[in-house]
Design a protein around this ligand. Structure first.
Ligand code: COA
Length: 527
C-alpha cells in the first residue's frame, strides 16, 4: 500500500489555498440554501422555518455550532441532495452540549439517501462516544424509495439508527424529538423511539404508513391529519408528549426539556487558561503549499494552532520527518504528531514511543497528516520498515486516549494508517481543502498500473493502449483523491479552513475532557 516518496510531476497543478478557500465557502453557502429558492418559499408559506434557522433559534446565544459533514453527497445525484438532506452538529442548548440531528424537508421531503443514513449514524456514534443528548428535529419522509436498496436492509442502514437510539436511551443518553413535518415509516420511528416527543400542531405528523400506503395496503382513504396529526397523537394515541401551536413554541419547549436533564452534556472549564497563538493563523494561507511535492516546515502550522505558540518537542533530533511534542489547545493538554516528510523506520519508532507516552500520561493525541507513505526500497525493507511501521499502527490502534486527526495535506497509503486515518477510530477527522486521500498519488498509480499491464502482456504492449490506461488511471485517482469526493462519502467529518482548526479541535477536546479514563497500567516500551 505504501506509495513512498515520488519525484514524478503532478499533471494537474492545484490552485493556491486562497482560491481553494473561496471554493469551499461558495460550496458551503450553496448547500446552506437547502433545496433552493422555490422549495424554501413553499416551506415558508406553510409556516415552517428553514432547518438552519431552527437550529440557530434552538442554540444558546453566542455559542458555537460545529456542523458536521455539510458537504455530504456533494456531486452525487446531480448535486440535487445538498448536505444529504440533513444537518448534524454539536451545539449548546440550555447550557448542555448536545448532538443535533435535523432533517431538511426542502430536500426531497427530508427523505434518506445512503449518505443521509451515514451522516445520521455518524452523528449518533459521536453522541454515544461523548454521551451527548440527541435532539432530533424531525421533518422526514423516511427512506428515499428509488434508493431503498442502499438505505434500508443492511446493518449500517436506516435500521441501525433506531438500534442506536434504543441503545443510547437505555444507556442514559437522552433522545428527544421535536416533530415539525410529515414523518412517515422510518421518519415516524425517530420520534416513536424517542424518550420524549413534542409535535407542532397543523404541520407535525407521524404515521408508519402515509395516506397513499394506507390506500394501497387496506383501501382505506384517510387524510394525513386524521391519520397522524399532532392533536391526535398528543390526545389520543399518546405517541407524542407535548402539543405546541408553533415551531417557535416547540423550540422553546425543547430548550426547557433539555434544561431539566440533569448534568449530562454539561462541560467544565478547561484545566488551563486558553492563550491565543502569538502568530496569525490567517498566514497559513501563504505558508501551506497546495502542491504536495513542495516541502515546508509543519512546525509553522503547529505554532498557529497551539496556545501561545508553545510546543515542547519530543525527540526532535531523532526521526525528524515526524514531529512529536506536547502543547495545549484552548487550555487542554495535547500530544501532537505531525508529518514533516516521508516516514522512515526511525520516525515510526519515535511515533510509537510518543503515543505510548501520551497514553501513559492520559494526554489526547492530535495527528496532523501530510504523508506520502512509509519509505520504500531495499534499504528500508532490510532495515525492517514493515515491522517498524507496524509498531506505529499498533500503538495508534491501542492508544486509550481520545485521538483527533486533521488531513492538512496528503493522506496516502499506509501513512494514512500510521497517522490515525478513519480506520483507527479518531474521535473526529477533518480535512483541509488542499487534502488528498488515496492509496497512492495519481502519478504513482499510473506508473504501477501501466507497469502491471506491460508485465502481463509480456512485451507485446500496445503503446496507445498503455497511454490510454495511464490517462484513465490518472483521471480516476485525481477524481477520487479530491477532498470533496471524500467528504461527499462521509470519509471525514467535514472540510474545515486551516484558520478554524484550533477552535474546532478545542471544541472537540472539551467534549471528551471530563470523561473517566482507563488508568490501568500500561508500560512504555520505548519501541
Ligand atoms: N421517497 C422518494 N421520494 C420522496 C420521498 C420518499 N420517501 N419523500 C418525499 N419524496 C420526494 C417527492 O417525490 C418530491 O419529489 P420531487 O420534488 O422530485 O417531486 C419531494 O420529495 C418533495 O415531496 P413532497 O411530497 O412534494 O413534499 P411535502 O412537503 O408536501 O411532503 C412528505 C413531504 C415527506 C410528507 C411526503 O413527501 C411523503 O409523505 N412522502 C412519502 C413518504 C413515504 O411513503 N415514505 C415511505 C418510506 S419507506
Amino acid at each position: 500500500m505504501s506509495a513512498g516518496p515520488t519525484s514524478e510531476t503532478r499533471t494537474i497543478v492545484p490552485p493556491p489555498l486562497t482560491e481553494m478557500l473561496a471554493t469551499l465557502r461558495a460550496r458551503h453557502a450553496l448547500v446552506a440554501n437547502g433545496g433552493g429558492a422555490g422549495m424554501r418559499e413553499r416551506h415558508e408559506t406553510r409556516g415552517k422555518i428553514m432547518v438552519r434557522e431552527r437550529i440557530d433559534l434552538l442554540l444558546d446565544a453566542q455559542t458555537p455550532f460545529l456542523e458536521l459533514s455539510p458537504l455530504a453527497a456533494w456531486g452525487l445525484y446531480g448535486n440535487e441532495v445538498p448536505g444529504a438532506g440533513i444537518v448534524t452538529g454539536i451545539g449548546v442548548v440550555s447550557g448542555r452540549a448536545c448532538m443535533l440531528i435535523a432533517n431538511d424537508a426542502t430536500v426531497k421531503g427530508g427523505s434518506f439517501f445512503a449518505e443521509t443514513v451515514r451522516k445520521h449514524l455518524r452523528a449518533q456514534e459521536i453522541a454515544e462516544e461523548h454521551r451527548l443528548p440527541c435532539l432530533y428535529l424531525v421533518d422526514c419522509g423516511g427512506a428515499f424509495l428509488p434508493e431503498q436498496d442502499r438505505v434500508f436492509p443492511d446493518r449500517d442502514h436506516f435500521g441501525g439508527s433506531f438500534y442506536n437510539q434504543c441503545r443510547m436511551s437505555a444507556a442514559g443518553i437522552p433522545q428527544i424529538s421535536l416533530v415539525f413535518g410529515g414523518c412517515t415509516a422510518g421518519g415516524a420511528y425517530i420520534p416513536a423511539l424517542s424518550d420524549e416527543v413534542i409535535m407542532v400542531k397543523g404541520t407535525g405528523r407521524i404515521h408508519l404508513g402515509a395516506p397513499p400506503i394506507v390506500k394501497a395496503a387496506i383501501h382505506e382513504i384517510v387524510d394525513g391529519e386524521t391519520l397522524g396529526g399532532a392533536e391526535m397523537h398528543t390526545q389520543v394515541s399518546g405517541v407524542s408528549d407535548h402539543l405546541v401551536e408553533t415551531e417557535m413554541e416547540g423550540l422553546a419547549k425543547l430548550r426547557e426539556i433539555v434544561g431539566s436533564l440533569g448534568e449530562i452534556g454539561r462541560l467544565g472549564p478547561s484545566p488551563y487558561p486558553s492563550v491565543p497563538p502569538r502568530l496569525d493563523a490567517a498566514e497559513l494561507e501563504q505558508i501551506v503549499p497546495t502542491d504536495l511535492r513542495r516541502p515546508y516546515d509543519v512546525r509553522e502550522v503547529i505554532a498557529r494552532i497551539v496556545d501561545d505558540c508553545s510546543f515542547n518537542a519530543f525527540k526532535p533530533d531523532y526521526g525528524a520527518t515526524l514531529v512529536t511534542g506536547f502543547a495545549r489547545i484552548h487550555g487542554y493538554a495535547v500530544g501532537i504528531i505531525a508529518n514533516n516528510g516521508v516516514l522512515f523506520s526511525e520516525s515510526a519508532l519515535k511515533g510509537a514511543h510518543f503515543i505510548e507516552l501520551c497514553d501513559q500520561r492520559q494526554i489526547p493525541l492530535i495527528f496532523l497528516q501530510n504523508i506520502t507513505g512509509f519509505m520504500v526500497g531495499t534499504a528500508a525493507e532490510r532495515g525492517g520498515i514493515a515491522k517498524h511501521s507496524a509498531k506505529l499502527v499498533y500503538a495508534v490502534s491501542n492508544a486509550r486516549v481520545p485521538k483527533y486527526t486533521v488531513l492538512i495535506g496528503g493522506s496516502y497509503g499506509a501513512g494514512n494508517y500510521g497517522m490515525c486515518g478513519r480506520g483507527f477510530r479518531p474521535r473526529f477527522l477533518f480535512s483541509w481543502p488542499n487534502a488528498r486521500i488515496a492509496t497512492m498519488s495519481p502519478e504513482v498509480a499510473a506508473n504501477v498500473v501501466t507497469e502491471l499491464r506491460r508485465q502481463s502482456l509480456k512485451g507485446a504492449a500496445d503503446k496507445a493502449a498503455i497511454a490510454d490506461l495511464d490517462r484513465r488511471t490518472r483521471a480516476q485517482f485525481e477524481e477520487q483523491s479530491d477532498p470533496y469526493y471524500a467528504t461527499a462519502r462521509l470519509w471525514d467529518d467535514g472540510i474545515i479552513e486551516p484558520a478554524q482548526t484550533r477552535d474546532v479541535l478545542g471544541l472537540c477536546l472539551s467534549l471528551a475532557a471530563g470523561e473517566a479514563r482507563d488508568t490501568s497500567p500500561r508500560p512504555v516500551y520505548r519501541m
